[in-house]
Design a binder for this molecule. Structure first.
Ligand code: 6R9
Length: 644
C-alpha cells in the first residue's frame, strides 16, 4: 500500500494545541539561546519547598557531572499528590482496569494521597530511611503506583524490577543496590494466568541476606508462605498507621529511583535518576508531547517495571493532575477487542503504546477495532522501537479514524522522558520518523570517528548537551557511566542508537548500533542471553544476535555450540529455551536456536557478529569480507545449517 510521506498537522488539533508551530520554533530558539532562562521558567511547573536559584550545571567531559536546579528542595510525591488536593482532591487520579474485564477501580487524588501516606508510614515502621534502596516487584495494580510514591515520600530510592523477571534477575538487582526492603504481592494476573510473584521472591531472597523485610500486598488472595520476622502483610500493617505522613524534603539532586537496564556488556546497569530535573522533565514532556489538556484521561500501556511506566503512568501524569489509567492485563484477553473496549469503557483521550502491540493487533485485522467506538480518542502515541510506516498508518487510520495525530516518541531509560518527537499541534508527522528534538534537546549525528556530520546524513545518534531528565550516574559505578555513554564520542552523550537525519531535520532511528536488541520494545543485552546459555551444563559456547521479527520488531537468535559428545536434539532445544526463560525471564527466551559446531571468529578470537546477524536475517548472499576469519569454513557450515 502506498501512503503519503508527510502527514500535516491537523488544523482542528493545532487550533487548540498547547504548542503550535510558531510556538515550538520560539520555545526551541529560546531554550537554545539561554537554557538557564528557559528552564528557570519551566521549573515552576513543579512545587518547590525551596525554589532553586542555580539552574544548569553540567559537564560531559572529565568526570562527567550533571546537576540541575541543585539548590532547590522538593518532594516528588507532594508534586503528584498534595498539591492537587485543594483543587482536585475528588478527581480520579488512577483508573485501574483489571485483567478481568469485570474489575476496575477509581482512586481519587485524596484517596491516593491517603494510600501513599499509609504505605510510607508502614515503610518507616519497617525501618526505612531516606536514601535506602527499596525494591518493588509488583503486578500492575494500584499499589504498584502507591509503592513508588511512598518511597518518594520518605526519600527512599525505589528500584522497580519488572514482574516478568526471574528470581535470579530479581536477586541480582537486589544485590547490586544492596536493597533492604522489598514490596511485592502474593500473585499477579495477566491474560487469565497467575504470576507467582511471592514464590519468586522467596527463591530470590535465598541469595540476598541484605534484604530484611518483605511487604506483601494481597492481590489475588492465594495462599502463600510467609516467613516470620521478614514478611509482613500490607493490609495488616496499613491498618495500624495513620493516613498522614510528612514528606521528606529532598534536594533536587537527591536520587529518586534506580532502574536497571540492559547494556551491550556485562550485567544490567542501575540507571540513576534524581528528583528535581526528572520531575520537571516528566511534567514538561507529558504535557507537551501528548498535548495534555486539563481533565483528559491518559492511558500508557507500559508496565511500571519499565521507564515508560515510571514517567508516563506515574510521575508525568500525576504531576500534571491528570487521570492516568493502569491496565493489569494484556491486549488480547479475553479477546482481541480488549484494548478498544477499555478505551470506550473509560473514555480514554490519549493512548500511548508500543509498535509491537500495534503490529500484534494489526494481525487480527480491523474487525476487533471497528466493533468499538473509540470516539473519545484524541491523540495516539508510540514508543519503544521504530514504528514501521505500515503499522503507523494502520494505527492512524483504523484505530484513530484519521482524526487522531500519531506521535512517535524517541527516548531511553537513560533520558528520563521523550527527547525526539513530533508535537501533535506543531509538527507534521513523517511516519517512521521520530520527528524533531523537543525544546532544549540538542541531538547530533557523528561518524565512527566522532566527527559531527551536518545536514541530511546518517550515523551515530548523540546529544551535545544535557537536559533536566538525564540520568546522573550508574548506581555505584560512575566510571561505568562515563565509559558507557561519554567515552565513545568524547564530549557527547552517546545513545547507542543509529539515526538518519533528513533534509527537514527529522530524525529516523535506525536501531541500536551496539549489542543491544529490542524485543517487543524491551531492551535485552545479547551478552545477558549468552551468559544464561553458557551456564547450561551442555553448552560450550553461545552467540546471540537480533533478527527481524514481524511482530516483536527483533527476535532473539542464538548460535549454540554444545560440549563435545552432546547431541543437538529438539528436546535439548526446548530445554535451552526453558532454561533461558528461567534464568532471565520469558522476554529473553530465544526464538531460534541454531546449532553451531563453530562460531566465526577473528584471529584474535572476537566473534564476528556482523556475519551472525546476516545469517540470522537470511541475508546470506551479502556476508561481506570473511577473509579475516580464523576459519572461513565455519561460515559455510552455518549458512548450510541455517534454522528454517
Ligand atoms: C523508552 C524506552 C531505549 C531504546 C532506544 C531505541 C529504542 C525507544 C523509540 C526507539 C525508535 C522510538 N527506542 N523509542 N527507537 N523509535 N520511538 O523504550 O526506553 O527501554 O531504555 O529503550 O529503545 O533503540 O535506545 P528503553
Amino acid at each position: 500500500m502506498s501512503h503519503p510521506e508527510r502527514v500535516k498537522v491537523m488544523p482542528e488539533i493545532a487550533a487548540h494545541a498547547l504548542v503550535n508551530r510558531a510556538q515550538y520554533d520560539d520555545m526551541a530558539a529560546r531554550a537554545a539561546a539561554d537554557p538557564d532562562a528557559f528552564w528557570a521558567a519551566e521549573k515552576d511547573r513543579i512545587d518547590w519547598i525551596t525554589s532553586p536559584t542555580k539552574i544548569k550545571n553540567t559537564s560531559f567531559t572529565g568526570d562527567v557531572s550533571i546537576k540541575w536546579f541543585e539548590d532547590g528542595v522538593l518532594n516528588a510525591s507532594v508534586n503528584c499528590l498534595d498539591r492537587h488536593l485543594a483543587t482536585r482532591g475528588d478527581q480520579v487520579a488512577i483508573i485501574w482496569e483489571g485483567d478481568d474485564p469485570n474489575e476496575s477501580r477509581h482512586v481519587t487524588y485524596r484517596e491516593l494521597h491517603a494510600d501513599v501516606c499509609r504505605m510510607a508510614n508502614v515503610l518507616v515502621a519497617l525501618g526505612a530511611k531516606k536514601g535506602d534502596r527499596i525494591t518493588i516487584y509488583m503486578p500492575m495494580i494500584v499499589e504498584a503506583a502507591v509503592a513508588l510514591l511512598a518511597c518518594a515520600r520518605i526519600g527512599a530510592i525505589h528500584s522497580v524490577v519488572f514482574g516478568g523477571f526471574s528470581p535470579d534477575s530479581l536477586a541480582n538487582r537486589i544485590q547490586d543496590c544492596n536493597s533492604n526492603i522489598l514490596i511485592t504481592a502474593d500473585e499477579g494476573r495477566r491474560g487469565g494466568r497467575k504470576v507467582p510473584l511471592k514464590t519468586n521472591v522467596d527463591a530470590a531472597l535465598k541469595s540476598c541476606p541484605m534484604l530484611k523485610s518483605v511487604l506483601v500486598v494481597k492481590a489475588t488472595g492465594t495462599s502463600i508462605a510467609m516467613t516470620a520476622g521478614r514478611d509482613v502483610w500490607y493490609h495488616e500493617a496499613a491498618a495500624a498507621v495513620p493516613a498522614e505522613c510528612p514528606p521528606e524534603p529532598m534536594k533536587a539532586e537527591d536520587p529518586l529511583f534506580i532502574l536497571y537496564t540492559s547494556g551491550s556488556t556485562g550485567k544490567p546497569k542501575g540507571v540513576l535518576h534524581t528528583t528535581g530535573g526528572y520531575m520537571v522533565w516528566a511534567s514538561f514532556t507529558h504535557q507537551y508531547v501528548f498535548d495534555y489538556h486539563e481533565g483528559e484521561i491518559f492511558w500508557c500501556t507500559a508496565d511500571v517495571g519499565w521507564v515508560t511506566g515510571h514517567t508516563y503512568i506515574v510521575y508525568g501524569p500525576l504531576a500534571n493532575g491528570a487521570t492516568t489509567l493502569m491496565f493489569e492485563g494484556v491486549p488480547n484477553y479475553p479477546d482481541t477487542s480488549r484494548v478498544w473496549q477499555v478505551v470506550d469503557k473509560h473514555n480514554v483521550n490519549i493512548f500511548y503504546t508500543a509498535p509491537t502491540a500495534i503490529r500484534a493487533l494489526m494481525r487480527d485485522g480491523d474487525a476487533p477495532v471497528k466493533r468499538t467506538s473509540r470516539a473519545s480518542l484524541r491523540i495516539l502515541g508510540s514508543v519503544g522501537e521504530p514504528i514501521n510506516p505500515e503499522a503507523w498508518y494502520w494505527y492512524s487510520h483504523v484505530v484513530g479514524d484519521d482524526r487522531c495525530p500519531v506521535v512517535d516518541t524517541w527516548w531511553q531509560t537513560e533520558t528520563g522522558g521523550t527527547l525526539i518527537t513530533g508535537l501533535p499541534g506543531a509538527i507534521d508527522q513523517k511516519p517512521g520518523s521520530a520527528g524533531l528534538p523537543l525544546p532544549g534537546v540538542k541531538p547530533l549525528i557523528v561518524d565512527a570517528e566522532g566527527r559531527e556530520l551536518h545536514g541530511a546524513t546518517e550515523g551515530n545518534l548523540c546529544l551535545a548537551d544535557s537536559w533536566p531528565g538525564q540520568m546522573r550516574t550508574v548506581y555505584g559505578d560512575h566510571d561505568r557511566f562515563i565509559q558507557t555513554y561519554f567515552s565513545t564520542f568524547p564530549g557527547y552523550y552517546f545513545s547507542g542508537d543509529g539515526a538518519r537525519r533528513d533534509a527537514d531535520g527529522y530524525y529516523w532511528i535506525t536501531g541500536r548500533v551496539d549489542d543491544v536488541i529490542n524485543v517487543s520494545g524491551h531492551r535485552m543485552g545479547t551478552a545477558e542471553v549468552e551468559s544464561a546459555l553458557v551456564a547450561h551444563p551442555k553448552v560450550a559456547e553461545a552467540a546471540v544476535v537480533g533478527f527481524p521479527h514481524e511482530v516483536k520488531g527483533q527476535g532473539i537468535y542464538a548460535y549454540v555450540t554444545l560440549i563435545s559428545g552432546e547431541d543437538p536434539t529438539d528436546d535439548l532445544r526446548r530445554e535451552l529455551i526453558i532454561w533461558v526463560r528461567k534464568e532471565i525471564g520469558p522476554i529473553a527466551a530465544p526464538d531460534e536456536i541454531h546449532w553451531a559446531p563453530g562460531l566465526p571468529k577473528t584471529r584474535s578470537g572476537k566473534i564476528m557478529r556482523r556475519i551472525l546477524r546476516k545469517i540470522a536475517a537470511n541475508e546470506t548472499e551479502s556476508l561481506g569480507d570473511i577473509s579475516t576469519l580464523a576459519d572461513p569454513s565455519v561460515v559455510e557450515d552455518l549458512v548450510a545449517n541455517r534454522a528454517a
